[in-house]
Design a protein around this ligand. Sequence first.
Ligand code: C2O
Ligand code: CU
Length: 462
Amino acid sequence: PILTRRNLLKASAVAGAYGVGLGIAGKFSGKAMAAEPQVLKTVKTQASLADSGVTRDVLTYGDAGQPPVVRMRKGEPFAARLINGIDDPTTIHWHGIRLPNKMDGVPFLTQPYVYTGDHFDYAFTPPDAGTFWYHPHCNTLIQMGHGMTGVIVVENPRDPVFDSEVVLNLRDWRLGGDGQFIAQFRPRDAAKSGTYGTVRTANWQQQPQYDAPSGGLVRLRLAITDVTRIYSLRMDGAQATVIAIDGNPVPQRFPLDLLQLGPGQRLELAVRMPDEEGAIVKLEDIRGTDPKVLATLRSVGSSLKRDVRDLAPLEDNPVAKADIGAAQHIPLILSATAEDTATDSICGSLGYSFWAINKVPWPGDTPDPTAPLAELKLGKSYVLDMENVTPHAHPIHLHGMSFTVLSSSTRQVQPFVSDTYLIQPDEKVQLGFVADNPGDWLLHCHIIEHQKTGMTSYMRVA
Ligand code: C2O
Ligand code: CU
């Protein structure tokens, strides 16, 4: 739904009444924080996703429809209680948010399973503003595939003011002709680019339309929460300017021409709506042979005549800069593996090893994780020398710390800050970061079938 400034204020007032990490609470000591946590209860439900019928066995957080957009404020305490109402153990991972290790939501590595009927309390203070997302980290192909992916907005009160805001959760559903789920996993596809969904949605709707003020500036926040699909995004009918990628402001804004984003990535655009009332702006994915309109915006009212150049820059997030001269380099070779031994995992093992990091197909979330890929010294700078020797692209996600993309062998990069890098076939990339967050942090491909068939590992910071 569209959030006007007025609605935003209303939403904040409601949240404030419950003390959900908003308002005055954060100005007092850490203890006076978030008395009432936001409740995120997992439920099994049904939803109208396909034209052919109501889909059963949909999983979500909350009572109905898609998981709520969770709003937090930069630098203010946030608390949520996960209550597990589904027949499967679960956890919540707060993708891209730098938080204490024990709040990271990775079963066995950072916390125990949350079993059916149990709960777990998460509490942390997000240091960075931007667009993030949340999802389970257990049996993820089913839980995420069936719906458990939600968007997080971390607000910064010092952000420039937009005329409206639209938040889009972009994902697919793997449904058969009768609108019911079909197998999420096909081994021969998992060994390539993954098994694709059949019904494409934005906010659990096919091609939803949102109204926005004519001639106004819309802050369009989107998250790719699909388990498989890489998007090539384009905007038709309006000028769209990229202002942030993966929760972090880009060093220099640029017009959205065509941008590839993989599962786990987020994008923030400043969309200047057409002056003409009724004009339609389309967000499209043009990857592959089947270009697709994902969502549309419609100009309403008389023109506000805004200019994107008047928009003040977003404040940088307080991510430490790596000391590249002193940094230790860590090689990370992403490859396919010929081994057909099953990766050993009780947390959603798919029973195959197709992928490897530094030649090891990692078991992923196991009760007894193997040794870390690397042991890092707290406070030291590191550069990941990552190389993709497979013929497929992989969105590689690091938990707990944000990195700066320093250079790529195949393209010019702005030195942008991120938590998920979409590495192309034959690309070599350097990602610099400071190991400033102690704990065990996963590093994995966010194409879930790749993650669960070997392309997972973790690094220890101590
Ligand atoms: Cu979106 Cu391991 O995370
Ligand atoms: Cu991958």
